[in-house]
Design a protein around this ligand. Structure first.
Ligand code: NAP
Length: 288
């Protein structure tokens, strides 16, 4: 008699209880009749090594990784995808064997697939401005450069961080010109095509918007990685200025889709995952 074992997947981080990933992945497992469950693993500092060394004995076949472990998991990986090296962080682990963990970062490809597939935006030869130079910004900028944007202007309160990111782009993608700016106040966006917010500014009602209304224009595409609230102050101002806008829910969806496909080697049921995510967002988004 063969014993059927339910495969376990999950999100590793701290805190993790706000996550919508269980809804999204469990809906996908159910649709494809895969005997698996996606769980939340909230670890205290010091528990990471023990947890990762016991994955196979706990039937864990794959993980998403979030703060604060995206960087610290790297030393436990036997192989990682090229984007993990560029970003310096992994958000997905595939357990190939009990002694062989693969690391991926699906944030950037999630952003790219949302932008190009759902929103039909062509990055080629565009001029982009990105607010933030942290983990998500690195993942996004890597994709912008890979897909032939003409230039990327980077702004972060941490000037050293933005400078390091622009140096990296200029070294690895010489066709894309990366520059940094020390202040975004009054920056001329007139010749720019794409403005991306990859800072957490806009999540709280009390956050001031980094961009003034008169800087925005109808030829801009404004993409905010934040999805809660669904419309940040930046997106509201951009909409009023006639710009196309998008929030980061599609990026969240497609990073999950890619993780799911890496774990299961099956085509993910995208629309089922989208519905589960949208339902989850409706529950957590505070009414306006
Ligand atoms: P992170 O690593 O902390 O990076 C954020 C960066 O923004 C940091 O360098 C931070 O500098 C900088 N920053 C903060 N306030 C700023 C300001 N007023 N002006 C300029 N720069 C400022 O965070 P992350 O993981 O990249 O996430 C960034 C945002 O993207 C978050 O809102 C997150 O929820 C969202 N996100 C969305 C998705 C999605 O799937 N939609 C995926 C990943 C992330 P300091 O560290 O000095 O504050």
């Amino acid at each position: 008699m063969t014993l059927r074992i339910k495969k376990i997947y999950g999100l590793l981080g701290s805190p993790v209880k706000h996550s919508l990933s269980p809804e999204m992945h469990n809906a996908a497992f159910a649709r494809l009749k895969i005997d698996a469950e996606y769980k939340l693993f909230e670890l205290k500092s010091g528990e990471l090594e023990g947890f990762l060394s016991a994955l196979s004995q706990n039937y864990i076949f794959g993980l998403n990784v979030t703060v604060p472990y995206k960087e610290s998991v790297l030393k436990y990986l036997q192989w990682h995808a090229p984007e993990v090296k560029f970003i310096g962080a992994a958000n997905t682990i595939v357990v190939k064997d009990k002694n062989y963990l693969e690391g991926w970062n699906t944030d950037g490809t999630g952003f790219y697939r949302h932008l190009t597939e759902d929103l039909k935006y062509n990055l080629s030869d565009k001029r982009a401005v990105i607010l933030g130079a942290g983990g998500a910004a690195k993942a996004v900028v890597d994709q912008l450069a890979r897909h032939n944007v003409k230039s990327v202007t980077i702004y972060d309160v941490d000037k050293e961080r933005s400078r390091k990111l622009s140096d990296k782009i200029n070294n690895e993608f010489p066709k894309c010109k990366a520059i940094t700016v020390d202040s975004i106040v009054g920056f001329n966006l007139k010749d720019q095509d794409l403005l991306i917010n990859a800072t957490p500014i806009g999540m709280k009602d009390t956050d001031a918007c980094l961009i003034a209304k008169d800087m925005l224009h109808a030829n801009l595409f404004v993409y905010d990685l934040i999805y809660n609230p669904a419309e940040t102050k930046l997106l509201a101002l951009a909409r009023e200025a006639g710009a196309r806008t998008a929030n980061g829910l599609g990026m969240l969806l497609y990073q999950g889709v890619r993780s799911f496909e890496l774990w299961t080697e099956k085509i993910a049921p995208v629309e089922i995952m989208r519905e589960a995510l949208e339902e989850g967002v409706r529950k957590i988004c505070s009414p306006k």
